[in-house]
Each structure stands twice: as C-alpha cells, then as structure tokens.
Design a binder for this molecule. Structure first.
Ligand code: HEM
Length: 201
C-alpha cells in the first residue's frame, strides 16, 4: 500500500506513484544479487578444480531456476502496477532508452535462465542424471527436449547450440546492465536528479 508520501495526484486527481512498492524493490534487488552470483559461478565453472565443478554448476542451475520464478513474479507485478514515471525534465530520448532497456532486461531475466534450462535439458546424459533444486528436491528437465531422439539431438548439435545461445544472451545482459547502471549513475551524479532513491528501501 502507498503511504501519502509515496504517491502524488496527476491533473485528473488519479494517484501517481513516486517510488516503487516494497514488493518491487525486494524483487529488484534479490534478482540483481542472484544474477550477479550466477554470472560469477557460470564464468568461473571451467577454471575451477574438478571436484568443484559439479557442485558449482548444480548451484548455478538452481539459482537460475529461482531467478526464472522470481522474474515471472516480477512481470506479474509490472503488469498489475503502474511504476513511478520518469522525471518530466528527462529528455525524451533518455526516457525511451530507459523503457527499451527495462523491457529488454525483463526479456533477458526470462530468456537467459530458459536458455540455460534448454541447454541442460539437451545434454545427452540428462535423463540418467536427474537435476535437483539446491540438492533438496528433484527438478524436471524440459521433457520435450530431453526426450528427443539422441541421434537427432546429436545431429542438430542441440546441446552446443543452446549453450551458445546461453552465452550470447549473457553478453547481451552485460551490455544492458552497463547501460542500466550507467544511466542510474548519470542521473545520480551528473544530472543530480536521482531515480535510484525510488528503488531503495
Ligand atoms: C540468472 C540466470 C542465469 C544466468 C545469469 C546465467 C549465466 C551464465 C553464464 C555467464 C555462463 C557462462 C557462459 C559462457 O561464458 O560460456 C553460464 C553457463 C552455464 N549455465 Fe547459466 N545462467 C543462468 C541460468 C541457468 C540455468 C537456469 C541453467 C540450467 C538449468 C543454466 C545452465 C548453465 C550451464 C550448464 C552452463 C555451462 C557451465 C559449464 O561451464 O559447465 N544456467 N550461465
């Protein structure tokens, strides 16, 4: 619920929020933290000692599935709430760039874990090595992909292709995060018109 200070009224008297709700703030920072953990785990997996690789990749998969669930909740929040509008004095190209970046970030929060899940489901040994979420309970693979004929999977190089997609979506994420964080810091330090304070508790 918005307190009086968290919303203003527009010219028609409709309340316009001035900051994000507690739910939106919690989801934003929790997802950000989990994504950073997963980038570190994903990038370091290949350079770790052999007996670390399995637990690290398994943790990476569990965190990624958690991000997918939280991202879906976040999309539900977004379609059911009006976010606080960007300050009127921002130039329109900057508002447009922010909206495009936010939309693409929502897409990536879903597409990145999904591509990892596809990559893992296309692994030739997926059926004989069940996945467990945080080693607590079994978690399904994407059955349609896992149960494809092994020869077809092999000839289409599905595992490698989904792996490459996962890597490329990772590159897109780095570029968008640079824009997103760069934009927030520009408003904070150069324009001196903070939008960051709307997203902190
Ligand atoms: C927040 C979501 C996720 C992020 C940000 C993420 C990020 C990454 C990154 C940066 C890499 C290294 C890619 C490279 O440089 O080639 C990677 C590798 C990988 N990811 Fe993800 N990922 C996510 C979700 C998932 C999910 C849900 C799964 C599977 C269920 C998964 C499975 C894998 C696997 C198997 C690898 C290869 C690890 C290895 O080197 O053996 N990822 N991921």
């Amino acid at each position: 619920m918005n307190s009086h200070a968290d919303s203003l009224a527009d010219s028609t008297g409709t309340p316009v929020p001035t900051r994000y709700t507690r739910t939106a703030i919690t989801l934003h920072w929790l997802i950000a933290l989990l994504i950073i953990c997963n980038v570190v785990l994903g990038l370091s997996a290949d350079s770790l000692p052999d007996d670390w690789v399995r637990p690290v990749v398994d943790t990476h998969k569990s965190i990624g599935i958690t991000v997918l669930g939280l991202a879906l909740l976040r999309v539900l929040w977004r379609v059911s709430h009006k976010p606080p509008p960007l300050p009127r004095e921002f130039p329109s190209w900057e508002k447009m760039a922010a909206h495009v970046a936010h939309f693409l970030l929502y897409l990536l929060m879903i597409a990145l874990p999904l591509s990892g899940w596809l990559h893992d489901s296309a692994w030739k040994d997926a059926a004989t090595h069940p996945m467990r979420l945080f080693n607590l309970f079994p978690w399904p693979r994407i059955g349609f992909v896992m149960n494809l004929d092994p020869a077809l999977k092999e000839s289409l190089h599905l595992h490698d292709r989904f792996g490459a997609l996962h890597t490329w979506l990772g590159y897109a994420l780095y570029a968008l995060l640079a824009m997103h964080i760069g934009g927030a810091l520009k408003h904070q330090w150069i324009d001196r018109k903070s939008v960051l304070k709307r997203m902190v508790p």
